[in-house]
Design a binder for this molecule. Structure first.
Ligand code: VGL
Ligand code: ZN
Length: 205
């Protein structure tokens, strides 16, 4: 049974001072750096949007961050401009050890389609290729860490469960956006109900 660690979106823009900062987002970096060597494989994701991305409030006249719009694939929450391809904010946080990464998956790269999950984009049909990559390498168990617990971690975990991976969330190696209110509780409840385990890094075997 091989296990992989998914490191979700540990980027400058999701850490304090960034465009879509998660409070305390950088506080989980030492934990992630410490646990990475224990896995058979480490995969990192980067939110990686083109200028004028559909998820940016600035792309839509009269809209502001926090509101949502209807798209061809359903409701899409709007965010401040963040993780723009090649900009400083899209880089991995400088304190994150990137050496253990076997693969870096970039998501949300298409202008008209957002992707929270590392497996399926927000239209819920376009695959990123990660499922095949992990299954070809005989990975059966996924541990998930990174940002944000209520968006990209949440969607990734729910898809991983549906795709048949045993899935665990490392509680002290994730942090939430918390918008809108209740988003963390909703995410945690659904992840547990879907069969995900929550554990602390100290309890990793
Ligand atoms: C994320 C909002 C917008 C995340 C990405 O990484 O959780 N959240 N884009
Ligand atoms: Zn994004």
């Amino acid at each position: 049974m091989k296990k992989a660690l998914l490191v979700i979106d540990m980027q400058v823009d999701f850490c304090p001072g960034g465009a879509l900062a998660v409070t305390g987002g950088d506080s989980i970096i030492p934990v992630i750096n410490q646990i990475m060597p224990r896995f058979d494989l480490v995969v990192a994701t980067q939110d990686w949007h083109p200028i004028g991305h559909i998820s940016f409030a600035s792309t839509h006249i009269g809209e502001s961050p926090g509101s949502s719009i209807q798209t061809s694939y359903g409701e899409q929450i709007l965010w401040p401009d963040h993780c723009v391809q090649g900009y400083r904010g899209s880089a991995f946080h400088p304190d994150l050890d990137t050496n253990p990464f076997s693969m870096i998956l970039r998501k949300g790269t298409r202008k008209d389609l957002d992707s929270y999950s590392a497996f399926l984009e927000n239209d819920r049909t376009t695959m990123t290729g990660l499922e095949g990559y992990l299954k070809n390498l005989r990975i059966s168990t996924l541990y998930v860490c990174g940002l944000a617990t209520d968006y990209c971690v949440y969607y990734t975990v729910m898809d991983a469960l549906k795709l048949g991976f045993e899935t665990k969330v490392i509680e002290d190696a994730v942090k939430e956006v918390g918008i809108p209110e209740g988003s963390l509780l909703n995410a945690v409840n659904n992840m547990k109900q879907g069969g995900a385990a929550l554990l602390l890094s100290k309890d990793l075997e």
